[in-house]
Design a protein around this ligand. Structure first.
Ligand SMILES: [Mn+2]
Length: 316
C-alpha cells in the first residue's frame, strides 16, 4: 500500500485523469469524484468523472453532468470508493483497462489493492474523509463547492453521522467543512429529510414483505423490482429503506432482497451490534463493511433466504 503523500505527489506530477466510481453510485463515491475532479481542474489538470451508470434521483441535487465531459485523452484511472474490479461494472472494460496507469483511493477493508497505486484506509467512515485528507496533503484549495461534495460523501456513508463508523475524525473533518459551507442544512435535508414520491410508493409496495426470523433477531424485507417498475417508480428507490428492517427493536441483522429476475437476487445486509455482515456477505461472494454489506445470489429468492438463515443461525 502507498502513503497519502505518494498519491498526492503522483497526482501533482501527472495529468489527464478519468475518475471512476463504483456501480450504482452513492453519495460517497459521487461526492469524492466531484470533489477530486473540481480540485484537480482548479490545479490546472484535466479530469473527468466516469459513472458506470447514472446516479440515482436521490443524488441529482448534488450532481453536475459537466463533470462527465471529456475533452482530453485520459492517462490515469483514478478509482474512488471502488472496492474491487467487479464494482466498476462496464467502466472496467471501457475505461480502467484501457488506461496505462491507475490509482485507487478507498475505505473498504475488503479492497485487495487492484491499482498501481493504492491508498486504502478502512478506518475512514467514508472515502470522502480520505479525499479531504488528500486534498489537504496536496495543498488544494477546498472551496464551497468541493466542501459540499465532501459533506455529501461523509454524511451519506455515515447515515447522517449515526452509523458506528462515525468517529472523532469524521466530526473533525466535517467541522472544517462547516467553516466553508455557510448553510449546510439543505444538504442534510436533501440526503436524510426528503423522500421522493417514488420512494414513498416503493415503501407501500415493500412493507407487506417484512418477515422476522430467529426469534425476531433477523428481519427480512423483499422487493420485487419488476413490481416497483410497474408502479412507475425507480427500482433504486428501495435503497432508501434499507435501514427500516434494522430499526425494529430486537433485530440484530436485517437483509433486503432485491429481486432483479427469477434467478438474480441482490441482498443488502445491515447489522446493529455484533454480527459482522461483511464476513457473512463474503461467504456468498459479496463484501462490504462490518455493519453494511451485500452479495448477489444467482438463484431463486427463497433458496437465497434459506442459505442466509442457515448461516445466521450460527451468528445471532
Ligand atoms: Mn463509501
Amino acid at each position: 500500500m502507498n502513503t497519502l503523500a505518494q498519491i498526492s505527489a503522483y497526482l501533482k506530477q501527472n495529468n489527464n485523469y478519468a475518475i471512476i466510481t463504483h456501480k450504482n453510485p452513492d453519495g460517497d463515491c459521487l461526492g469524492c469524484a466531484k470533489a477530486l475532479c473540481l480540485a484537480l481542474k482548479n490545479m490546472g489538470k484535466n479530469a473527468c468523472v466516469v459513472l458506470p451508470n447514472p446516479q440515482s434521483p436521490r443524488h441529482e441535487f448534488m450532481w453536475d453532468n459537466s463533470l462527465e465531459e471529456k475533452s482530453f485523452t485520459p492517462q490515469c484511472a483514478l478509482c474512488v470508493d471502488v472496492a474491487s474490479i467487479s464494482q466498476m461494472g462496464n467502466s472496467f472494460e471501457e475505461t480502467f483497462q484501457k488506461l496505462s496507469e491507475s490509482v485507487c483511493i478507498d475505505h473498504h477493508g475488503t479492497n485487495s489493492g487492484f491499482a498501481d497505486l493504492n491508498y486504502i484506509d478502512s478506518k475512514s467512515a467514508a472515502c470522502g474523509e480520505i479525499i479531504y485528507e488528500l486534498l489537504v496533503e496536496m495543498g488544494a484549495q477546498i472551496n464551497e463547492e468541493i466542501a459540499k461534495a465532501l459533506l455529501v460523501a461523509i454524511a451519506d456513508d455515515t447515515g447522517s453521522f449515526q452509523y458506528s463508523n462515525t468517529s472523532a475524525k469524521t466530526h473533525e473533518i466535517v467541522s472544517q467543512l462547516y467553516k466553508i459551507i455557510p448553510n449546510p442544512e439543505p444538504i442534510m435535508r436533501a440526503l436524510y429529510g426528503t423522500h421522493t414520491i417514488g420512494e414513498i410508493d416503493t415503501l407501500k409496495e415493500i412493507i407487506p414483505s417484512i418477515e422476522y426470523h430467529l426469534e425476531g433477531k433477523v428481519c427480512f424485507m423483499t422487493a420485487n423490482l419488476e413490481a416497483i417498475v410497474n408502479l412507475g417508480a425507480d427500482p433504486s428507490n428501495v435503497d432508501a429503506w434499507l435501514g427500516l428492517p434494522r430499526s425494529a427493536v430486537g433485530v440484530e441483522v436485517a437483509a433486503v432482497f432485491k429481486i432483479h429476475s427469477q434467478n438474480e437476487v441482490k441482498v443488502s445486509f445491515r447489522s446493529n451490534d455484533y454480527v459482522d455482515v461483511s464476513a457473512l456477505a463474503s461467504k456468498f461472494g459479496g463484501g462490504g463493511h462490518i455493519r453494511a454489506a451485500g452479495a448477489t445470489f444467482f438463484e431463486d429468492v427463497n433458496s437465497a433466504k434459506e442459505k442466509i438463515l442457515k448461516e445466521l443461525k450460527k451468528l445471532v
